[in-house]
Design a protein around this ligand. Structure first.
Ligand code: PMP
Length: 289
């Protein structure tokens, strides 16, 4: 595997950044998780827009254009002869002095890793996941804004650990006001009385690229859709529920906090329709590498 760093490709074991990089020292940086399906990079311009918004939010001036970074993403896929992959794009603040100040850093590092990923077993896509709500809340927008895909994911990692300690692989995080935000690395949707519903971004959820694609699909398929503030009650009593993310794609959630979702705790019809529709567009839409 070849890893892209600042315009050059390195063998996996030689792909290195400095221990003085503030990305390593403080989690000072940003990232994107991107998907390549059948030789097409899914919604690459949307990922570039989100990346540049993250950079702006953390006051990181990028010395590359969106097009240059998008070209590098495609080059990393070609270099590794991949047609289907998960692409991790990381930009760190760069080397600096010890101490928090980003003013001592002048060389942001652009790293692109393109590899295979299988987040969940095939069986879980058929039968659905079970999750619990964890005590750790999603970052308040008054602290590190949840819209920033920063290198500082400890909040989500703590939530994941809490789920794993209880024997679950996935969890629901509420926001600081107690409303549904999202899962540890995925957005959440429910279906209630035929309507597709997801919390608005203002509930401290990330503006997921997959979330956006599902909303577009709902419109195309004439599935009524609404953004609405949700409580745990809404998920417990939903007819269907599923999660969305670049790595996970769409995966049904069939149980939350010991409550079976829907009548039988099985993936619902609208969920299955959207999963099929997503799989169909995923390999057709996108930027050809
Ligand atoms: N929420 C969080 C916290 C995430 O990290 C991610 C991406 N891993 C998502 C939601 C889903 O976003 P996307 O569909 O863009 O992958």
């Amino acid at each position: 595997m070849k890893v892209y760093i600042n315009g050059k490709f390195y063998d996996k074991d030689d792909a290195k950044v400095s221990v003085f990089d503030h990305g390593f020292l403080y989690g000072d940086g940003i990232f994107e998780g991107i998907r390549l399906y059948s030789g097409n990079v899914f919604r690459l311009p949307n990922h570039m827009d989100r990346l540049f918004r993250s950079a702006k939010a953390i006051a990181l001036d990028l010395p590359w254009t969106k097009q240059e970074i998008a070209d590098a993403v495609c080059a990393a896929c070609r270099e590794n002869k991949l047609t289907d992959a998960y692409i991790r794009l990381v930009i760190s603040r760069g080397k600096g002095a010890l101490g928090l100040s980003p003013l001592t850093c002048s060389d942001p590092q652009l790293v692109i890793i393109a590899d295979q990923i299988q987040l969940y077993k095939a069986e879980l896509y058929e039968n659905g996941l079970k999750a619990i709500t964890v005590p750790t809340r999603r970052n308040s927008p008054a602290a590190l804004p949840p819209m920033v895909k920063s290198l500082n994911y400890l909040n989500n990692i703590l939530a994941k650990i809490e789920a794993q300690n209880q024997g679950f692989s996935e969890c629901l995080l509420l926001n600081s006001e107690g409303y549904v935000a999202e899962c540890s690395g995925d957005n959440v949707f429910i279906v209630f009385e035929g309507k597709l519903i997801t919390p608005p971004i203002s509930c401290a959820s990330l503006g997921g690229i997959t979330r956006g694609a599902v909303i577009d699909l709902a419109k195309r398929l004439n599935i009524p859709f609404e953004e609405k503030v949700l409580t745990r009650f809404d998920i417990w009593t939903a007819d269907e529920c599923f999660l969305t993310g670049t790595a996970a794609k769409l995966i049904p959630l069939v149980e939350l906090d010991g409550r079976k979702i829907g009548e039988d705790g099985k993936p619902g019809q609208i969920t299955k329709t959207l999963i099929n529709a997503f799989n169909e567009i995923a390999s057709k839409e996108g930027v050809k590498i």
